[in-house]
Design a protein around this ligand. Structure first.
Ligand SMILES: N[C@@H](CCC(=O)N[C@@H](CS)C(=O)NCC(=O)O)C(=O)O
Length: 255
């Protein structure tokens, strides 16, 4: 597990300040956005970073290589197996191409200018490719698990080194989930949760998901997984990985 987090940390550092801080979108979609996604795909990462930065939740349909659960669905919908693919049932818009999706999200929900950094699209893609390298094939290849009846909910922000291994395993197991974005809006949120508890610091987040987690569990620590199928909520990435393997199948690979 230590090596897993170390290379995840490298990926986070390579993406510098991306996918961490949020300025919530001016308008929230009524129906949850859907994203056909591969966790370690550099193009998909850019879209997930924008979702964190706009504080938008999304239903993730994991499409690892050789996956059979959502890939055929996408080919039927959009015509080809290319990721990411956004489905917005609020507007009827469905889009391929990461940079087009990002522009759409900022225009439709952010209702603000696409930040300058996204205009340097090729540079962003290159940076995201570098960040994929340390994770090698994690979050890329299908090792299917059982399909849950109800969608799991993952409280996460894109660049969290601890949330990434959980998203990778969900992707490999082709387990769909709602990503509840929990970016940072407060300086105090940069202090790690155990130290916050020792110092009795409780940041007052502007974000609904962080407020909801604080109310429900009495603390905020990312990742947090809620599984409505078993009514279980878990903190700690290692515990979540173990839970997913035990609950949804032994086919998923060992880390
Ligand atoms: N220009 C596209 C490139 C997307 C792309 O090439 N995605 C790869 C995954 S990283 C893909 O769809 N590969 C086909 C596959 O996985 O079957 C974008 O920015 O969205």
């Amino acid at each position: 597990m230590a090596g897993n987090i170390a290379t995840s940390m490298v990926a986070t550092l390579l993406r510098a300040a991306n996918g961490i801080q949020s300025i919530p979108a001016a308008v929230k979609p009524e129906q949850t956005l859907q994203l056909y996604d591969i966790e370690n795909c550099p193009y998909c990462r850019l879209v997930r970073e924008a979702l964190t930065e706009l504080d938008l939740d999304a239903e993730i349909h994991p499409c690892p290589k050789s996956g059979q659960r959502f890939r055929p669905q996408l080919v039927e919908r959009g015509g080809k197996a290319q990721f990411p693919y956004l489905v917005d049932s609020n507007t009827g818009v469905e889009l391929y191409e990461s940079l087009d999706i990002i522009a759409y999200l900022f225009e439709t929900y952010g209702q603000r200018e696409v930040p300058f950094k996204w205009k340097a699209g090729r540079l962003q893609t290159l940076g995201s490719m570098l960040a994929s390298a340390p994770r090698v094939s994690r979050g890329m290849l299908a090792h299917p698990g059982d399909a849950p009846q109800y969608l799991l909910e993952l409280y996460s922000f894109e660049s969290s080194p601890y949330a990434r291994p959980v998203r990778e395993l969900l992707c490999e197991m082709e387990i769909p989930y709602i990503v509840r974005n929990c970016g940072r809006t407060q300086l105090q949120e940069w202090i790690l949760p155990p130290m916050r508890e020792t110092l009795k610091i409780q940041p007052d987040s502007d974000l609904q998901n962080r407020q909801q987690l604080q109310r429900a569990e009495g603390r905020v620590s990312i990742p947090y997984l809620y599984d409505p199928n078993t009514d279980q909520g878990l903190f700690e990435s290692a515990d979540i990985l173990e839970y997913l393997r035990e609950t949804y199948g032994q086919l998923a690979r060992e880390y």
